[in-house]
Design a protein around this ligand. Structure first.
Ligand SMILES: CC(C)(COP(=O)([O-])OP(=O)([O-])OC[C@H]1O[C@@H](n2cnc3c(N)ncnc32)[C@H](O)[C@@H]1OP(=O)([O-])[O-])[C@@H](O)C(=O)NCCC(=O)NCCSC(=O)C[C@@](C)(O)CC(=O)[O-]
Length: 526
């Protein structure tokens, strides 16, 4: 290693260490320097002029007049690239190993080859099937309150509903909840109340449980309620800790908020100062910056060339870190770009490396268009490894139904964190018919089914997803959510009938069907 390389390694590992919470483990493995030689001859990004790609129009939605963000404005047909790259998809040819139970993380973040004794557990109390828990922890970053809502047409979602959503998620054991954005409220009206929402949220430490582990998922063996109302008692807790590798830091609550630029960060700082002056505690300990892997999407999303965004971020990240915020980096369009077609993995790594160098503690790779498949994700993954970084975070959109397959295919390679959205809320405004993010309920079900641990109570999560989609009058896009909810309703009906609360042959409350369930009875076999 030459001197420069040593410095680079030092910087990256320092970034990794200093930005992690104490005794953090694999949670933060994304930025960890692994093997392979570092290629630090970064490609410079094409210097592009700020071309007027975007037409901003004032629209009327539900009687409200609004000027949409360029992020959500469709490009004019004449401005789209002419190539067939828009529709070209990566071919999937690989055969993927099933998730390996051999990768078990220690609390220091390293992997342990020892197999833990398999432990049978229920996935949901509505299901009869069990799975063998193998113990590796996967962190879920829940993005429904931000990414899920930001694109919703119609009147702004009430701040009170967002607050309740966060409360419910915390109660279900979710600990990383992206809650809002300090972006321009006139462009992203659904995020305009972020500074109102933050002070109403529970304190960052208020939800921590004793002994520093997440609330026990119902998928674990049921244990009697303890005196303090917790579902588990000390001895069963020890059993869980002994048999499940959950890092103690997994219980820490984080409310990441997006800050696109210095103005956004300053708005957060001002809000925090006011809150502190009123005797309040820390509103959040995490901010997130976002960059696109492609030039065209940068123009659309950040309203500026990629080179300009990248050069504007170091002071933002430095200032945030100097105030004690950890900084997450998002890279969008890591598989394809709605304007320029397939994204070269090299470009993804270039941007990601720059963000790490600037001080981001981890990078979330976003498949914004949802066109990813296991093979294309593996290409990105291999490039990461080749460049000596472990990108173990992904955010998949489920537009083409391959998000879960992609996630499953990455698990054996050490995937440690997944961004997902309750009820699949969200969507890509550029792909006609695009659905949202991969639903958290589906991810949690899959992980638990395969023996991974998330610390999340699937039944409570499903209840929250159902409540959210009903409240928003949207169809619940989580198949798992719909199926478990249908079973629960069916069970409750039978119980009420056998208890004599409802005469046989009658439905509870006239109908057990709500908006999130519409059209689901056949599919769920109920
Ligand atoms: C990025 C900006 C803010 C630049 O906005 P801009 O207009 O280009 O900024 P500007 O520097 O030219 O300033 C113009 C005016 O905006 C104000 N301004 C400037 N910055 C801010 C701010 N932060 N908050 C409030 N106001 C701001 C600024 O003060 C000024 O006000 P004036 O002096 O004219 O009165 C704008 O383009 C914007 O808000 N865009 C929205 C971007 C967005 O939210 N996109 C969605 C999130 S990213 C995403 O969803 C992808 C991801 C992360 O999920 C990963 C994936 O899955 O792909």
């Amino acid at each position: 290693m030459d001197e420069e390389e040593v410095n680079m390694r030092g910087r990256l590992s320092q970034i990794t260490k200093t930005s992690f919470v104490p005794s953090s483990s694999s949670l933060s493995a994304s930025a960890r320097v692994r093997s392979g030689s570092l290629d630090h001859s970064f490609h410079s990004f094409p210097s592009s002029t700020h071309s007027p790609l975007i037409e901003v129009r004032t629209t009327r939605l539900n009687g409200q007049s609004r000027t949409p963000s360029p992020h959500f404005s469709p490009l004019l047909g004449t401005q789209l690239p002419k190539s067939d790259m828009m529709t070209k998809r990566f071919r999937s040819t690989g055969i993927y190993p099933s998730p390996s139970p051999e990768l078990i993380e220690r609390d220091d973040g390293s992997f342990n080859k020892k197999l833990l004794q398999a432990e049978e557990r229920l996935i949901s109390k509505e299901l009869k099937t069990k799975s063998e828990g193998k113990g590796r922890f996967i962190r879920i970053v829940e993005v429904s309150a931000r990414d899920g809502l930001q694109n919703l047409p119609g009147p702004p979602v009430p701040t009170e509903l967002k607050r309740e959503l966060v409360e419910r998620l915390l109660d279900a054991g979710v600990r990383n909840i992206e809650v809002g954005s300090f972006v321009r409220g006139d462009w992203i009206p659904q995020m305009a109340d972020t500074s109102k929402l933050l002070p109403t949220l529970p304190s960052l430490t208020g939800k921590s449980l004793p002994l520093g582990i997440p609330s026990p998922p119902s998928s674990r063996p049921q244990t009697p309620e303890s005196e303090n109302g917790s579902l588990i008692n000390e001895s069963s807790l020890k059993h869980i800790i002994d048999n499940t590798i959950i890092p103690s830091s997994a219980d820490q609550v984080h409310f990441p908020v997006l800050v696109p630029n210095m103005k956004g960060l300053e708005n957060l700082i001002k809000l925090q100062e006011q809150h502190t002056a009123n005797g309040g505690g820390k509103l959040t300990d995490e901010v997130a910056v976002f960059v696109s892997a492609t030039e065209a999407f940068s123009q659309a999303n950040n309203h500026a060339p990629l080179s300009k965004i990248l050069s504007s971020l170091p002071p933002v990240i430095d200032k945030a870190r100097s105030l004690g915020y950890r900084v997450r980096g998002y890279v969008s369009c890591v598989i394809t770009c709605p304007y320029s077609g397939p994204t070269p993995p090299q470009d993804v790594i270039d941007v990601a490396m720059k963000l790490l160098e600037m001080g981001c503690y981890e990078i979330s790779l976003g498949d914004t268009t949802g066109e990813g498949d296991p093979e294309s994700w593996r290409k990105v993954w291999r490039q990461c490894e080749g460049r000596g970084i472990d990108m173990s975070r992904v955010a998949c959109h489920d537009t083409f139904s391959l998000a879960l397959s992609s996630i499953i295919s990455l698990l054996p390679y050490g995937l440690t964190s997944i961004d997902s959205s309750l009820a699949g809320l969200g969507g890509c405004p550029y792909s006609p018919g695009a659905t949202g993010n991969v639903p958290t309920e589906d991810v949690v079900y899959t992980l638990h089914k395969l023996g991974y641990e998330t610390g999340i109570n699937l039944d409570k999560l499903v209840e929250t997803g159902n409540w959210l989609s009903s409240s928003l009058k949207l169809r619940n896009e989580s198949r798992v959510g719909r199926a478990i909810w249908a079973r629960r309703k069916s069970r409750e009906l039978k119980e009420n009938q056998s208890n004599g609360l409802i005469p046989k042959g009658e439905h509870q409350g006239g109908s057990n069907k709500d908006i999130s369930m519409q059209g689901q009875e056949t599919e769920d076999g109920m």
